[in-house]
Design a protein around this ligand. Structure first.
Ligand code: ADP
Ligand code: ADP
Length: 232
């Protein structure tokens, strides 16, 4: 079973003359333990696809599964529960709470879900993300790269089946971006996690195991073991 799969997914926004076909017949599988990048020009449907795969938006037609669970047909309560327990998010803007420390930010989703963190797992994540000596810092006391690593740690600590990352390096310089991407890739390969990342940056995509390309809402190509040159 794939971590996430889409079968003949269509997404149409609006109606009548204002209709926009954002996704057209997308069929693809995101395998467990794989780091996949979704690439394509602006307006090609990357965000829409990610939002539909993560249950943040509904599809017009087609089926999406997270593992064996069909997303289509779930009500809001079921979707919220699924997002809380099976899905993690990393955003371009980090989305950390400014009044909380790095550690409090990392643990927040778990405490909201009423779950306890496994101390060993906490240690593993905090060590690999290189934030052990920054746990008591607030976001404003951290660099952009450190803030994004806090956000990655927050997503990974809940041990979701899938992490969705939306332009995670969009606000970072290339060195900080490389740190975040190395960490995401290592965590996929060491812990069998699954990451689906939207990016328009070929260098970022080159860290992925697999890249799919969108154009005008359609999947037009895919590539395994990409290099930055191959992705361009
Ligand atoms: P990308 O992430 O690749 O830039 P998007 O998924 O944001 O692309 O957008 C795909 C298409 O859908 C674009 O034509 C965009 O204008 C349109 N679109 C996205 N969101 C909405 C919305 N909420 N309402 C109407 N059209 C939308
Ligand atoms: P780590 O801290 O995980 O050891 P590095 O940042 O040294 O990671 O890079 C890990 C791997 O990422 C290396 O094997 C290298 O091939 C690859 N890598 C590093 N920089 C880039 C880059 N700019 N583009 C693509 N791959 C890169």
């Amino acid at each position: 079973v794939a971590a996430v799969s889409a079968v003949d997914v269509w997404k149409v926004y609006g109606s009548g003359e204002a209709q926009v076909m954002a996704l057209a017949s997308i069929t693809t599988r995101f395998e467990k333990g794989r780091f996949t990048a979704i690439m394509g020009p602006s307006g090609s449907g990357k965000s829409t696809l990610m939002h539909c795969l993560a249950g943040l938006d509904t599809v017009t037609r087609g089926m999406i599964h997270i593992g064996e669970t069909p997303l289509t047909g779930m009500n809001d309560t079921q979707l919220t529960k699924l997002r809380r327990n099976q899905i993690g998010f990393v955003f371009q803007q980090f989305n950390l709470l400014p009044t909380l420390t790095a550690e409090e930010n990392m643990l927040l989703p778990l405490s909201i879900a009423g779950r306890k963190v496994d101390p060993e797992w906490f240690e593993t994540i905090v060590t690999t993300v290189g934030l052990k000596d920054r746990l008591g810092h607030r976001p404003t006391q951290l660099s952009g790269g450190q803030q994004q690593r806090v956000a990655c740690a927050r997503a990974l600590l809940a041990r979701p089946d899938v992490i969705f990352a939306d332009e995670p390096t969009g606000n970072l310089d290339s060195r900080a971006g490389a740190d975040v991407l190395s960490f995401l890739r290592n965590s996929v390969h060491e812990h069998g996690q699954t990451i689906i990342m939207v990016t328009h940056d070929p260098v970022a995509a080159s860290y992925a195991d697999h890249v799919i390309f969108l154009a005008d809402g359609r999947m037009v190509d895919e590539l395994s073991a990409p290099t930055a040159e191959g992705v361009l």
